[in-house]
Structures are given as structure tokens and as C-alpha cells.
Design a protein around this ligand. Sequence first.
Ligand code: GDP
Ligand code: MG
Ligand code: K
Length: 296
Amino acid sequence: MGFRSGFATIIGRPNVGKSTLLNLLTGEKISIISSKPQTTRNTIKAIITTDEYQVVFIDTPGLHRPRNKLGDYMQKSAISTLDEVDVILYMVEATDKTIGPGDREIIEMLKKLSTPVILLINKIDLVSKPALLPLIDEYSKEMNFEHIIPVSALDIETKELVLRETVKYLPEGPAYYPADMVTDQQERFLVQELIREKILHLVSDEVPHGVGVEVILFKEIPEKELIEIHANIYCEKESHKGIVIGKNGEMLKKIGTLARQDAERLLGSKIFLKLWVKTKEDWRNSDYVLRELGYK
Ligand code: GDP
Ligand code: MG
Ligand code: K
């Protein structure tokens, strides 16, 4: 088998342990944050890369309201988005005596999808094995899950188990993101928006409209007490690229300086900011981009 890559999402009622699992999966690599500009349509939560696979866990816009607005896919319903990831991890609680109304609703939605669904019954540390069996039985009768896996998101062994099962559903293909990237959408969005804001303020009218900003590296360097941030600025036209860079690179320098100053204030850290300007025609509507995100 070659390298596999793709998209997964974790859904479930509040408090079942989704965030805990995500933290467990990403583990200790917390410092690097990144994503592609198009991912403003989705909130990327975690990127996990090994020698064998890369799995990108995304929050679906329908489950968490989108904060950005680039293109038609933002309008897509939660159902169609869930239909387009490679696999869904649906998490419930082992302590439930029976399937409740909230989970029934989720199951009804999942039944309409063609995406494979793995059921994770979390918090098994809180129940005895025999107590779990009726619940497993009830869920397995309710819907055709690919797997039903009892787990504890507090147990480190769950990490390998869940990743191994998830990866089975990813297609073969190259990584979408550099191997050392994890995520933190808050800071990434913040910096992207700051850079975009500077472009909006400084560059002439027709250009900023088609500009996208992608933070490709967000790395804390404790030894130097700074955060190193690299970002790409995408323009839709070659002529726009020239305007954003400016004469002798002066416009780009100004954008970079102002964005860095703002980012330093917001993040409370010294920042080393490096910007590149690239042309990506019609990037907001490109099939390539949508494919990259797992939407094709
Ligand atoms: P989310 O709302 O689905 O993201 O749930 P959280 O990840 O915030 O978890 C809700 C609560 O359940 C937290 O107090 C977690 O510590 C706890 N929790 C999560 N997973 C487990 C587990 O496997 N066992 C136990 N005992 N508690 C868990
Ligand atoms: Mg949570
Ligand atoms: K995919």
C-alpha cells in the first residue's frame, strides 16, 4: 500500500469527548499551525502525519457555523459536507443506558450519507464490559456502522487504534500539508485575517477582492522567544501580484511590517513574519482546490 491521505471528521453530542480525542490524536505536537486558504470554508482541527498517511480532521461548517465566506461551498449543508469526507467518526458515550433523542437525530442524518461511519463508544473506563454490550447491540441494530469501537479518549492506546481504523478509509495519494503541521485555527485565522486586512487597506481596490492568505507555517521557537510565521498571498492575476509586491517590493514590505506589528500585539509575542505572493487564477472556484480539500 502506498501513502494514504484524506479527510475525516468527528461528530457527536456535546461532552461525549470529541475534543479530548482530538487532543489525544494530535498529542504533543502542538506548536505548528497551518492550513490552506480555501480551508476558510472548513475549520481544520488537526493534521496528523506519519510515514504512511496523513489524516486531516475537519470540523464541518454545518456543525460549527462558518466564520468566513469564500465561495459557494460555504453554503453547503452539513449533510453534503459530511458526505464528502472520507470517513466520519461518530462518538457516543458508554455511560448512556440507551440511544437518546440527540443521537437518534444524528443517526437519521448519518443514514442519508454514503460516507463510511465508525462508531466510537467513548468513556469505557466508566462502565463495566457487560454493561456495554446492550448499548453496542442497540447501535448495531440502528445503523450499518463500519466498525463499533469501544474506547477511552483518556487512554493513550486509543490513539493508535482510532488512527489505524480511520486510515483504512483514506484513498491513496500524497499529503495535503507538510509533515510537521498540526493546527490551531484561532491563531492561524487571526494572522491570515490581519494580513488580509493590511492588503485591503493598502492596495488599490480591484486587487484585494481576489486575494487569499494562507499561513503555511506557524511555529513557536521558545529558544528565541518568538513565533515564526510564513504566509502565502494568493492573487488571481499576475498583474495583481505585481501590485501587491509593489515597486522594489515596498508594498509587500509595508503589508508585512503592519501585519507583524498587529500580530505581535494580538499574540503577545515577537514574530518573524515571511510573506510570499503567488498567482493562482480563480483559486476560489478551482476544482483543483476543491479536490485538495476532499470535495471532489
Ligand atoms: P466534547 O464536547 O465532545 O468535545 O467533549 P470534551 O472532549 O470536552 O469532553 C467532555 C468531558 O468528558 C471532559 O470532562 C473530558 O475530560 C471527559 N472525557 C472525555 N473522554 C473521556 C473518557 O474516555 N473517559 C472519561 N472518564 N472522561 C472523558
Ligand atoms: Mg469539544
Ligand atoms: K479526499
